[in-house]
Structures are given as C-alpha cells and as structure tokens.
Design a protein around this ligand. Structure first.
Ligand SMILES: [Zn+2]
Length: 268
C-alpha cells in the first residue's frame, strides 16, 4: 500500500479498564495507523456515559453508542433506560446499543435481554438512530425480533458477526449491515466466515476491532498483554482482502464510506 488508508473502527470498548493506563497513547497510535474515526461502544449506563466523555476528550476522532448490552440487561430499570434515552440526544452519540441477544452465557436471563432489546428498538424507532446489535447463539430470535421491527428503525448492524451462512443471508434479507472483527483472523474458530465474506455486499460491510477483545491472531508482533487496540484494525482488512481477492485499499474505502453513511458521520 502506498499510503495508510483511512479506516473507521465501528466497535471500540475504549472505556474498558484495560485502557486506563495508556488511553491517550492508544488513541494516538490509532490515528497514526489511519483509524480516523472510532465508534466507542457503550454497554451499560455507566459505560455509555463514560464513552461519551471520551468522545469529548478525543474529539474529533471519536463518536459513541449508548445502550445496554445483553449481558447487562438485568440492569435496565426504567430509570436506566431513561438515562440512555437522554444520552441519545447528544451530538456525539450516533447509535443505540450495544444491544441484542446473547444466549451463549446468559449473564442476564433471556427474558431480561428481550425486554431491554425491545426498549432499545423503541428508542431507535423514536430517534431515527441506527442500532448497534450483538448476537451470540441467538440468531433465530434476533432475526425474528429485528424482522418484526424492521420497518420502524432506520438501520442496524450485526456487530462482530460470527454466525453461519443461513443467519447471514437472513440478516442481509432485512437489509442490515454486517460488522466483521478479528474473529476472521482466527484460524481455529473463524474459518467458517471466510467463504461468507464474498456474500456480504460491498455497501453492507463494516469493520471493527472490538478492542480490547479479539486480538487478531494474524498479528506478527503480538503485545505481551494480549490486548487488542484500534491500531490493529488493518489485520481485519487484510484478511478480508486475502479471502475475497479484493484489494485492501478498496475494502478500506468501501467500509469507511459505509460507516459514514450508517452512523451519519460528518464529512471530512
Ligand atoms: Zn458485542
């Protein structure tokens, strides 16, 4: 590549305590690596407030989401939901979420998860903001729920897509966006995604690190602490390029354009 392409990381958990000691440097390294915008993920009331503060601190690079992760669904009292709804009025908050369903570990009960998800679907409908969705081992229910509300919401992304072909096609039938993380760089559990990448339309693909999680296994020099950070986003681009035969530069351009459209980011 002749120059560093501009990338947008649509999923950074920059509020995580793993970044407490060197958050400034992490953002600096990201910007140097061409990650010119980062969407910081809010996962509960406290983290949604925290990432919004980080957006102000790291302006103009950062925007954020506000929502309740399915793991935190048990915290979604009416007061908490009200405060999330308030955050959605902030300029830097560009999506509702992280929300969705995770029947893998059920840290909150499926019932609590569905209630919190429905409340956030309603917020997305009311505000016109897109949804940032998490789904693990819940593709059927997720699809059903999104299908029932599809006409009410502007857009949704299935972030960190790791499911199968059937789930992918059903999400695409709902005209949803698909977020691909470093899961795709994992030769042990990510190879099922490789043949699917060519099935994601160029105008529906977005990329993310989900940092500090999911350190790409393709990274040549892995940090000792195994912590992922947005500066490593190009690993995801490169793997998509290898698997699809599409130039990395083009993937960078397309995914950046998609993220600008999806999150309605100001140009430039
Ligand atoms: Zn997630």
């Amino acid at each position: 590549m002749s120059h560093t392409p501009e990338l947008i990381d649509i999923g950074v958990n920059l509020g995580d305590k793993q970044f407490n000691r060197d958050r400034d440097e992490v953002v600096e390294r990201a910007v140097e690596a061409g990650i010119k915008r980062m969407i910081l993920t809010g996962t509960c009331q406290a983290s949604s407030e925290q990432v919004l503060e980080l957006c102000q601190q790291y302006s103009p690079w950062c925007y954020s989401t506000a929502g309740i992760h399915p793991h935190d669904a048990s915290t979604a009292t009416p007061e908490v939901l009200k405060s999330i709804r308030g955050l959605l009025n902030e300029d830097k908050v560009v999506a509702v979420g992280e929300t969705g369903l995770d029947f893998n570990r059920n840290f909150s009960t499926p019932k609590e998860q569905e209630a919190a998800f429905l409340a956030q679907l309603e917020m997305a409908a009311e505000t016109g903001l897109p949804l940032f969705c998490h789904e693990r081992d819940a593709a059927d229910r997720m699809h059903e729920t999104l299908k029932a509300h599809r006409d009410d919401i502007s857009n949704a992304v299935i972030h960190c897509f790791t499911a199968d072909r059937d789930a992918l096609f059903r999400y695409l039938d709902l005209d949803l966006y698909i977020g691909i993380t470093g899961w795709v760089c994992d030769e042990r559990r990510g190879t099922h995604l490789w043949p699917l990448l060519n099935n994601i339309p160029a105008n529906r693909l977005m990329i993310e690190t989900d940092a500090p999680w999911l350190l790409p296994r393709t990274l040549e020099k892995k940090p000792k602490n195994r912590r992922n950070e947005p500066a490593f986003l190009s690993e995801v681009v490169n793997m998509i390029s290898v698997q699809t035969g599409k130039p990395a530069e083009l993937i960078a351009q397309e995914t950046t354009a998609n993220a600008c459209t999806f999150f309605r980011l100001p140009a430039g």
